[in-house]
Design a protein. Structure first.
Length: 253
């Protein structure tokens, strides 16, 4: 299986990228919170990003088992389903215990997406108090962002009828009536890999079972709650030649 993420990471792009970051409109949001941004020996940036993503979905009133479905499946693959269920039962919001358990549970994500060989014992995942506070801030930022830019009509969705010989799997984050959003938790600005990824999701969506929604979209965007910045591109401003090239060379239509 080839995912959207793996495909867009490996494909060679022209100088500046197919969809250059400088072509994205940038919006900085302000609040009263400042992240600690401490380096955490027992919590990787990947786990932090996944925890923010999944906890945001939970706080947006999703069913708990639906939110962490991929993690439960991953745990099942390596016969750790009982442990995963116990972690899930102790995730109930944004209290410290819930955040710690969420960080551990999302450690099974890689098993489902990349195979058992990528698994590292989740018992070793132990976020510091500073990291827990940062995750809470970033989740609240994302929830507030979607309160202002929602409502969300699709979340954690796939692209049946939109996949190809070059991309066979992949799921997007959030869809509102106007915008396809991808969540990126990083200390750095977005890159051309990220803009290509959201563009590919958009083009796949136009051919998928969700095409009725995608045909009405006005923008595609990425939100980084760590920097509290959104990057947006109007769909009508996406060059038609670019769409043709990416559809053929990257996706394989």
């Amino acid at each position: 299986m080839v995912s959207v993420t793996s495909r867009t990471r490996k494909v060679k792009q022209p100088y500046g990228g197919y969809l250059p970051v400088k072509q994205m409109d940038k919006f900085k949001y302000e609040d009263d919170f400042e992240l600690n941004n401490t380096k955490d020996e027992f919590l990787s940036p990947v786990i932090t990003g996944l925890a923010v993503d999944y906890l945001t979905r939970l706080m947006l009133r999703n069913n708990k088992k639906d939110v962490f479905y991929i993690n439960l499946r991953g745990a099942q693959f390596i016969k750790k389903h009982t442990q995963a269920i116990e972690l899930l039962e102790n995730i109930n919001g944004l209290d410290s215990r819930s955040i710690v358990n969420a960080c551990k549970l999302v450690g099974f994500d890689t098993v489902f997406r990349a195979g058992p060989a990528t698994y590292k014992p989740v018992e070793n995942i132990m976020p510091s108090d500073e990291s827990i506070e940062d995750i809470k801030i970033m989740v609240n930022r994302t929830v507030n962002f979607f309160k202002d830019n929602g409502p969300i009509i699709l979340r954690i969705f796939t692209f049946e009828e939109g996949y190809s010989s070059k991309i066979t799997t992949g799921d997007a984050d959030f869809l509102t009536s106007k915008t396809l959003w991808d969540l990126k938790v990083s200390k750095n600005s977005i890159s051309s890999k990220h803009t290509l990824q959201i563009l590919v999701y958009y083009l796949m969506g136009l051919r998928s079972i969700h095409k009725e929604h995608f045909e009405k979209l006005e923008t595609i965007g990425l939100f980084n709650p760590k920097l509290n910045i959104a990057y947006v591109k109007n769909t009508e401003d996406i060059d038609k030649e670019l769409i043709s090239v990416v559809s053929k060379e990257v996706i394989g239509y």
